[in-house]
Design a binder for this molecule. Structure first.
Ligand code: PXP
Length: 241
């Protein structure tokens, strides 16, 4: 039986809260519930503009959550300072553009390479597992290894779009498969995330060598209809069958 971990991204609980400027629904409550219902880790993305998760959410969730917290951050001095202060178990460094709706692509690892190398070293020394959110490209896998990251998270957005639109996804699937294999051979732990639904997660879960899926938007949306418990159970079933 394959055992792929499920990380649940709860950013959009905060999106709903912030839409009305209220203090509910509570991301902390969601994080604790998600743990109770079987998630292996909880992901939050503290964006530079704080459009969903904010600093207080991070503080509360970090202090109360008993499973690993996966903090997604952009490669900025401010975010690295915050990550060093809170010491989350997992950190995923992601690209961030202020005007994008969501994280649109993988990191540009050539940009600020020395800065990234130094900060990855410091974050790891501080006790966090460090992952880089990248496109399924061989050059980015090699560069992630050079930067001494523990893991990479493959951006699955393009693949998921094709699946959602019922288009031919076979070429993209092969690209992801090759990237997973190459990453594993380099000794990197390989994860997958972005845009995943029941259908796309089912297809990608058949690839050997992906250790963790991070899923947010669809999972939180589906919970409106099925509830968090059933939605998480369904994803766990997909990832473990
Ligand atoms: N993984 C990473 C690195 C992300 O940036 C995101 C989006 O914040 C996700 C996973 C989750 O993507 P989605 O919300 O589309 O499931």
């Amino acid at each position: 039986m394959k055992k792929i971990r499920l990380g649940v991204n709860i950013d959009h609980v905060a999106t709903v809260r912030n839409a009305r400027g209220e203090n509910y629904p509570s991301p902390l409550r969601a994080a604790l519930l998600v743990k109770k219902k079987g998630a292996d880790s909880v992901t939050i993305h503290l964006r530079e503009d704080r459009r969903h998760i904010n600093d207080l959410d991070l503080k509360l969730i970090k202090s109360k959550l008993k499973i690993p917290l996966n903090l997604e951050i952009a490669a900025t001095k401010e975010m690295f300072k915050i990550a060093l202060k809170y010491k989350p178990s997992f950190i995923c460094i992601v690209p961030e553009k202020r005007r994008e709706i969501t994280t649109e692509g993988g990191l540009n690892l050539k940009y600020n390479n020395n800065f990234l190398k130094k900060i990855i070293y410091n974050l790891k020394k501080n006790g966090s597992r460090v992952s880089l959110f990248i496109e399924p490209k061989i050059k980015d896998l090699k560069e992630s290894k050079n930067l001494n990251a523990d893991c990479v998270e493959i951006h699955t957005g393009k693949f998921c779009n094709l699946v959602n639109k019922n288009k031919d996804y076979r070429k993209e699937l092969i690209i992801i498969k090759k990237a997973v294999e190459f990453g594993n051979n380099l000794g990197l732990e390989v994860h997958a995330g972005h845009g995943l639904t029941f259908k796309s997660a089912r297809i990608l879960s058949k690839i050997t060598g992906i250790k963790e899926f991070n899923i947010g938007h669809f999972l939180i949306g589906e919970s409106i209809f099925l509830g968090l418990e059933k939605t998480i159970k369904e994803f766990k079933k997909i990832l473990q069958k």
